[in-house]
Design a protein around this ligand. Structure first.
Ligand code: ADP
Length: 485
């Protein structure tokens, strides 16, 4: 898998920069249209207001004039026209011929559509924007001149060049375009910086994630500068890689532990099987001892397989619970009893203080037994001969019962303590164990809404505290079981 050309950059160019460019160009186009409209309108108004006064003062008496008199008046009008430097003026007679023009040039080839429009217009005026025969951009305004009876006697046409105005509009357009380019350049540069700050770290994260995917669990994302979403993603991936690394390490350790755990009893069983095969039938003592070892080791194998099965069910979420009412302390007493023989065998003193009360709990009795068994098994496993295991139950609160199992064993180092309930975690590799006992205990306690806490001091011992919610506590005889029951 290769990292292709950054699609984030492409998307940004398309979605952000593209939109900005289109919007800016749209704004420039609309602004130019409005400017142009506004400019032309102001020229039109100026032309209109100047022309109206002049025309009425010269031609309002022309109603009865002959064509010659009209022509004379027209010449007079054009000669006395003061705005020659900004406008040109034509006088057109009633036949549509240009009688006189202020520029003095020939107007033979010129078009004047505004004249024909004004002739039919109600107010006798018309405006036109177009190009002269020489290509000059102009605006013109034609006024019809009416006689006393309303008959059209001719027209005055004002013409103004739009060249200067167009040049001004062009300058404004160039300025706006330049402004747009500056904005686009600014947006592009800042956008590129922003994208670089995303794309490059993401590429780095992707490369590291690929290395992790390919099994290099020591790979870490380095050099993350900011604590933003990308920084958080890097931290999450680093943590994930660390977790995978740890899980892998624990899995390997677990496999080697389990292989060892399986091989030890199997070796004993095989060894004793072979010994018994070679032993004369009369040696009953040896036979008895061998069979005892075979039975014990088979039981241990069976327990281990049960533990593994439980763990696998727990992992796949299929650990079934059969909830019912039972007496919690009665169950505890039964489990403690089963350790009596072991305590004698291993010369570890087993003591207990369990009040003679009936405690009704709603839960899975077999699972709770498993909890007590695992915790007591650990207490014995990690305590040397001559040590002591002490089980105590108290029901001081109304709805909870607290059970503690204290031993005088090797204890747990402070750095291992927070991890001992994690699956496969073994703080003490010198002692046999799969590393999943406390993980199963923790899961069962959680399913019963109970609490599990472990305090330990290396070299001094460990106290496992279990708190279970219960339904009812009834005094039996108020007494307590004697020490060492
Ligand atoms: P294991 O099968 O290895 O005992 P557990 O999950 O039961 O696995 O316990 C995890 C680790 O916690 C053990 O490897 C051991 O180091 C530590 N531990 C548990 N209980 C005790 C105890 N009572 N005393 C000392 N260490 C203990």
């Amino acid at each position: 898998m290769t990292v292709g050309k950054s699609t984030i950059t492409k998307r940004w160019v398309l979605n952000t920069l593209g939109v900005i460019i289109v919007v800016l160009l749209g704004v420039v186009a609309v602004a130019m249209m409005l400017f142009k409209e506004q400019y032309y309108e102001s020229v039109r108004l100026t032309m209109n207001s100047r022309a109206t006064g002049m025309v009425s003062s010269y031609f309002n008496l022309s109603s009865t004039d002959s064509d010659e008199a009209f022509n004379l008046r027209a010449k007079d009008f054009v000669e006395s026209f003061n705005d020659k430097n900004i406008m040109e003026v034509w006088v057109i007679d009633r036949y549509g011929n240009v009688v006189v023009s202020s520029s003095g040039f020939s107007v033979a080839n010129e078009e004047y559509p505004d004249y024909y429009e004004a002739k039919t217009a109600e107010n006798g005026k018309a405006n036109w924007i177009g190009r002269t025969s020489s290509g000059e951009h102009i605006m013109s305004l034609t006024f019809m001149l009416n006689g006393a009876h309303g008959q059209q006697q001719g027209a005055v046409r004002y013409i103004i060049s739009l060249q200067d105005l167009d040049a001004q509009l062009w300058t404004v357009f160039c300025l706006l375009l330049f402004l747009c380019l500056v904005i686009i350049a600014f947006v592009t540069i800042s956008g590129m910086f922003f994208i670089r700050s995303i794309v490059y770290p993401v590429k780095r994260i992707n490369e590291t994630a690929l290395r992790i995917t390919n099994g290099d669990w020591s790979a870490r994302i380095e050099g993350q500068k900011y604590d933003d979403e990308i920084g958080q993603l890097s931290t999450t991936i680093n943590n994930m890689a660390h977790e995978i690394n740890e899980t892998d390490r624990m899995k390997n350790e677990f496999l080697s532990t389990i292989s060892h755990e399986l091989r030890t009893p199997l070796t004993a069983i095989k060894g004793w099987g072979e010994t018994l095969l070679d032993t004369p039938a009369k040696d009953e003592a040896l036979q008895e001892k061998g069979l005892e070892v075979i039975i014990n080791e088979s039981a241990r194998l069976s327990d281990l397989v049960d533990e593994l099965l439980d763990f696998s069910r727990m992992e796949s979420g299929n650990m079934t619970m059969r909830f019912d009412r039972f007496d919690l302390l009665q169950t505890l007493k039964e489990v403690v009893m089963t350790f009596k023989e072991r305590s004698l065998r291993e010369t570890i003193d087993l003591e207990s203080t369990i009040p003679q009360i009936s405690v009704q709990m709603y839960g899975d009795e077999n699972r709770i037994k498993q909890v007590f068994f695992n915790v007591l098994d650990n207490a014995f496993k990690y305590t040397d001969a001559g040590g002591c295991v002490y089980v105590k139950a108290t029901a001081e609160k109304k709805n909870t019962v607290e059970i503690t199992v204290t031993d005088t064993g090797c204890g747990i180092a402070p750095e291992d303590l927070p991890h001992v309930t994690e699956k496969f975690y073994k703080a003490n590799t010198a002692v046999r164990g799969s590393g999943i006992g406390l993980a199963v205990v923790s899961e069962i306690v959680e399913k019963h809404e109970g609490k599990l806490e472990i305090q330990s001091e290396p070299g001094k011992g460990t106290t496992v505290q279990l708190i279970f919610p219960v339904e009812a506590i009834q005094e039996d005889d108020g007494g307590q079981t004697p020490k060492g029951e």
